[in-house]
Design a binder for this molecule. Structure first.
Ligand SMILES: Nc1ncnc2c1ncn2[C@@H]1O[C@H](COP(=O)(O)OP(=O)(O)OP(=O)(O)O)[C@@H](O)[C@H]1O
Length: 696
């Protein structure tokens, strides 16, 4: 299908007539209208010339356009990269949510899909291949989706680089089909994979035809990623993503050495590997996990290989090189990074523009490995790159990739992509993806793993039943129900009842720590998570309640002239804005602590395992963080999580991805405060971002 680009170059002939006289006028007709959507639509629709397409007797072409643009802007604010016409066609949108009735004239009724498509087709067409990188063409219509040009370009760029990497990397797979002789590398790879996964060597013929559940997916993931320049290893918490990718890095180094030996070259240059994650906390966790995996492999994998695996991860911002006060990074298409292998962890948090910028800064032969959990909430900003690239269920592998995987792992029964097979397509969209399914952290019987699975599969009844079985009654709070060994507890309705024992258990000791490292260790044990900021169950109220409890216990200063925002030693804080000069970023967690001179300082753990001490007055905006939003905890984990949901079930933030993200932050214990109706509403709603990013 052709793409349509609406150019604002036609400004000279702009229609200056407005659909509405003012924002106030529009807001009276359109329920929930947001100013930015109105002004966006006004600006762009004024530049459109009527094409003469008959829309209907009641609405003009410009009216359709104006409201499509309002809907596009609202869609972008919700994190979608585009607006599929099918989302609005034939629907009355922007109605008054309170007084909806059949006969309501509020809102706007969009024409049917055929009419809207004809409207697009009648506008001056531009060839999509020739979209100039200028601000002249703000709107693009492609595959029945309306885009703001820059997001369309980001998607196109990303799809292109992934396709290019797939072509380069599948040389090996192609060679399998071209001759009967086994391509030299396949032999090397098979021997490396069986060294790293000794269980494969002893696969009997019967086992090689094994059921999906018995397949060692970690071995498949390494085999599948080693021959591609773009690979995704996706899986839930504790499924061994970092463990597997450490083996993959070892395998890549071993393969590079084997290739040098077979070419009889004496000079081996170690591949340049970079490890990155979207936040400082996630980078720190990645470093720790790689370090412990490397340590665990000593004795089974050659030390010379392990020594070449870097253990220090950094943030994506740091990799790209932030220029203070600028949106552009130091590294881009004209100043490429010098990296052979780039590993990006926690990819669910990476938005579309950031992912496109990462690829812009990479040479075409850099191998990119993405790790993440596609079931988690998508990025705060636009796009759902990981979920788009790794849709579930797995589609299966193309015939060639299947053949290659069977040769190197021994598994003959991996799923084939039937559609690719039927179309004799060379690639399957899922060729570069492997899902790890078995959690090594939660056993099958433990509550956290089970409830996470129920929730992400939309099984409300089963998840609620499991929660109900673990209900803690008010009276049993006295007998230490919260500190027993149970993984899962449903907390009583009244927040104050359960909050006090938890604050006593985890936060009271903060002020008694003698060293700042002890305070950080205590903070890693527990966190209160909420879906919202405002309201009685919101983060702000919960933080105020914790502060009240601690004041009443006498462990933090009580000064009735001071507000809750006054500072005290042992106060946990979270940064709300990036400050590139200071090196502190939105979401960084620190603690206020007195230095040896007795001055109150803000202390942050740094990537080198040490601490940065900063005067609180120099910090950008920050807040107290006994409780934090689920969104902000992505990339972090705690031994015990108390997750609090709002009282109102029609909260639009609630979704199964939100609940799943909150649940999977807990490593050992999870306590949940929710009513049945709110739980049902959360498990029933799904976050689905519209995009055109899926690889074809
Ligand atoms: N095949 C395996 N054999 C033994 N232990 C394993 C295996 N795979 C993973 N583990 C262990 O399971 C734990 C979780 O693994 P890992 O940290 O790699 O998971 P992850 O998916 O990266 O987790 P998360 O993203 O939640 O941090 C680690 O202690 C790791 O050593």
């Amino acid at each position: 299908m052709s793409e349509l680009v609406i150019s604002s170059e036609s400004k000279v002939t702009c229609q200056k007539e407005s659909i509405y006289a003012s924002f106030q006028h529009a807001a009276r007709q359109l329920g929930g209208l947001v100013a930015v959507d109105y002004f966006f639509a006004k600006e762009i629709s004024q530049c459109l010339e009527p094409s003469g397409v008959s829309v209907s007797s009641q609405v003009t072409e410009q009216q359709q356009w104006f409201h499509l643009l309002v809907a596009l802007s609202a869609s972008l604010r919700d994190g979608h990269s585009c607006l599929p016409l099918a989302q609005v066609a034939g629907k009355r949108l922007f109605t008054d949510p309170i007084n909806q009735s059949e006969t309501s004239t509020k809102g706007f009724l969009f024409s049917d899909l055929d009419t809207l498509t004809a409207l697009m087709a009648a506008l001056p067409l531009a060839d999509s291949d020739k979209i100039a990188p200028s601000e002249q063409q703000p709107i693009v219509f492609s595959h029945n989706r309306l885009y703001l040009r820059r997001y369309y370009q980001f998607e196109q760029e990303l799809k292109q680089v992934v396709r290019e990497r797939r072509v380069v990397s599948t040389k090996l797979v192609e060679s399998l089909s071209n001759s009967n002789e086994t391509f030299e590398d396949v032999g090397n790879i098979r021997s490396i994979i069986t060294t790293l996964f000794p269980g494969l060597a002893s696969l009997s013929d019967k086992q090689s035809d094994t059921q999906n559940s018995e397949i060692d997916w970690q071995a498949v993931a390494v085999a599948n990623a080693i021959n591609k320049d773009f690979a995704i290893i996706a899986g839930g918490p504790g499924t061994g993503k970092t463990y597997t990718v450490t083996k993959l890095l070892a395998a890549l180094i071993m393969l590079a050495r084997a290739n040098i030996e077979s070419q009889k070259e004496s000079q081996f240059t170690a591949p340049k590997i970079s490890l990155v994650a979207p936040t400082g906390k996630a980078a720190q966790r990645l470093s720790e996990s790689i370090t412990s995996a490397v340590k665990a492999f000593r004795g089974t994998i050659n030390d010379e290989v392990l020594d070449l695996i870097p253990e220090q991860a950094k943030t994506i911002h740091r990799l790209l090189g932030v220029i203070p006060e600028q949106v552009n990074f130091r590294h881009h298409q004209d100043n490429l990074l010098d990296i052979d292998i780039l590993l990006i962890d926690e990819v669910s948090m990476v938005d579309l523009p950031m992912m496109a910028r990462i690829f812009r800064a990479l040479p075409i032969n850099t191998k990119v490995i993405l790790l993440g959990d596609a079931d988690q909430l998508p990025s705060v900003a636009i796009g759902s790159v990981l979920a788009d690239f790794a849709p579930r269920p797995h589609l299966g592998y193309s015939a060639l990739n299947h053949q290659y995987l069977a040769q190197v792992t021994g598994y003959q029964s991996l799923t084939k992509d039937q559609t690719a097979d039927a179309n004799s397509a060379q690639y399957s969209a899922a060729d570069c993806v492997t899902f790890l399914m078995k959690s090594r952290r939660f056993d099958g019987e433990g509550g956290i793993g089970r409830i996470a699975n129920y929730v992400i599969n939309g099984q409300y009844q089963e998840s609620w039943q499991l929660l109900k079985q673990s209900e803690v009654l008010d009276s049993s709070l006295q007998d230490e129900s919260l500190s027993n060994d149970k993984q899962l507890t449903l907390l009583p309705g009244n927040v104050e009842t359960w909050l006090t024992p938890l604050v006593e258990q985890y936060y009271l000791g903060l002020s008694q720590c003698s060293k700042v490292e002890d305070a950080f260790a205590l903070l890693a044990k527990f966190r209160i998570l909420s879906s919202t900021r405002k309201g009685p169950q919101g983060v702000e109220s919960l933080n105020a309640l914790v502060i009240d409890i601690l004041r009443n216990k006498g462990v933090i200063p009580f000064n009735r002239f001071e507000s809750n925002t006054s500072l005290y030693a042992s106060q946990p804080i979270m940064i709300n804005e990036n400050d590139y000069r200071l090196g502190v970023y939105n979401g960084d967690i620190g603690v206020l602590w007195r230095n040896s001179q007795g001055h109150l300082m803000a202390v942050f753990e740094n990537a080198q395992g040490g601490y940065d001490w900063i005067l609180p007055s120099r910090l950008p905006k920050f807040e107290t963080v006994y409780a934090m939003t689920i969104h902000k905890t992505q990339g972090s984990e705690f031994e015990h999580v108390a997750m609090v949901l709002p009282e109102q079930k029609d909260n639009r933030l609630l979704s199964r991805e939100l609940l799943y993200t909150g649940i999977t932050r807990a490593k050992l214990k999870l306590s949940i405060a929710s009513s049945q109706s709110v739980w049902q509403s959360g498990v029933s709603q799904q976050v689905k971002r519209h995009s055109g990013l899926a690889i074809d």
